[in-house]
Design a protein around this ligand. Structure first.
Ligand SMILES: [Zn+2]
Length: 360
């Protein structure tokens, strides 16, 4: 094993990444070193890089990432299920490390623990550089939930597991039992596509996908959506499409658009539930009639990030469905780590769902 790693450091919005060679870390108990094999550029990486949201700097971005265990401490490390990890195991891991006995973990909201170590989001400290996916290695901290990637799943399929698919698994968990229910997925980007496929996996009766981009809404039919809806239609026009099919019992919003979330509430069946995961940027306030919520017995739930059990569910989902749905096709371009600047430009301008980064 080489004893040096290389990280691509982000220091300022739209400034080129600069390569920083660093020594491999000495591992403490509970930690692991991973040699990164593939990373996909998540939309939130783009938001950070293009200055659309604040982030601590300097940092190593990238959190949709997989790799092989390169070294372990003397007493070893167990995966999420308590099995010993071995050198060479191909793994994904929770996007954050947390104290499993902490107050928020005990409340069932570990993603809001303090402190929380979030991969791809941490400021670089002197000897602590390898915290993101755009590097040759990632230093997994104590309290990270690590999962082996099942055989047969390709890198393009697996990299989005620990952000996209795990977050959607959290939304599906909050939505409750979907069997026999009609689901509307708002936003047909990477999260929305995952939500269509996962709603089918969870035995939804009919899955509708809605987006302003007709091409994206149509594409979601390759991933389990039964009907594509143009988000420009009015609530009345949408009702004409959905009512003959039984209306909508569950809305999963991945768009974050206030107008879309209002439309979702307006068309929800009595007893319906709306789960919001897309609103991770500031938007205008939602207009909501409380009497409607009460009389129609509606539920609204928000979700930010996910719990480790969601990543476990996402891996089972991908294992069961990756031969059915063309997830690999969502990563349309690969570039090596040394061309990270070019990769971000392609990801920002092309409209690709994802761009992948391979080792040099
Ligand atoms: Zn992400």
């Amino acid at each position: 094993m080489k004893n040096e790693a290389l990280a691509m450091v982000f220091s300022e919005a739209e400034k080129p990444f600069h390569p920083l060679p660093v020594d491999l870390p000495l591992l403490s108990s509970g930690e692991a070193l991973v040699e990164i094999t593939y990373t996909t550029i998540c939309t939130s990486d783009l938001h950070t890089f293009y200055g659309r949201r604040g982030a601590p700097t300097p940092s190593v971005l990238g959190h949709e990432v997989i790799g092989r265990i390169a070294s372990l401490p003397e007493n070893g490390v167990e995966d999420f299920y308590g099995e010993h990890l071995r050198i060479g195991d191909l793994v994904t891991w929770s996007v954050y490390a947390h104290n499993h006995a902490g107050e928020m973990a005990c409340k069932g909201i570990p993603q809001k623990s303090t402190p929380l170590f979030k991969y791809g989001h941490e400021r670089i400290e002197q000897n602590d550089v390898l915290s993101g996916g755009f590097a040759t290695h990632c230093h997994l901290r104590k309290g990270t939930d690590i999962f082996k990637i099942p055989e047969g799943i390709t890198a393009r399929e697996a990299a989005p597991l620990n952000c996209t698919h795990a977050t959607v698994a959290g939304a599906i968990r909050l939505a409750g039992d979907l069997s026999g229910k009609n689901v509307l997925v708002i936003g047909a980007g990477m999260l929305g596509i995952s939500a269509c496929a996962m709603a089918q996996y969870a035995e939804a009766k009919h899955v509708f996908a809605m987006d302003l981009d007709g091409r994206r809404a149509e594409n979601s039919k390759r991933f389990g959506a039964n009907t594509a809806i143009d988000a420009k239609l009015s609530s009345e026009e949408i009702l004409q499409i959905i009512q003959p099919l039984g209306g909508i019992d569950v809305v999963i919003d991945t768009s974050g658009s206030a107008a879309a979330m209002e439309k979702g509430l307006a068309i929800l069946n009595i007893g319906g539930i709306s789960v919001w995961v897309g609103a991770v940027y500031s938007e205008r306030n939602i207009s909501l009639n409380a009497e409607t919520v009460v009389r129609r017995i509606l539920t609204i739930k928000g979700l930010h990030n996910y719990i480790p059990e969601d990543l476990s569910y996402a891996i089972k989902f991908l294992k069961a469905t990756h031969m059915t749905y063309p997830f690999a096709s969502l990563v349309e371009t690969d570039l090596p780590l040394s061309k990270l600047d070019e990769a971000f430009k392609v990801a920002n301008e092309s409209g690709n769902y994802r761009v992948g980064i391979t080792p040099n």
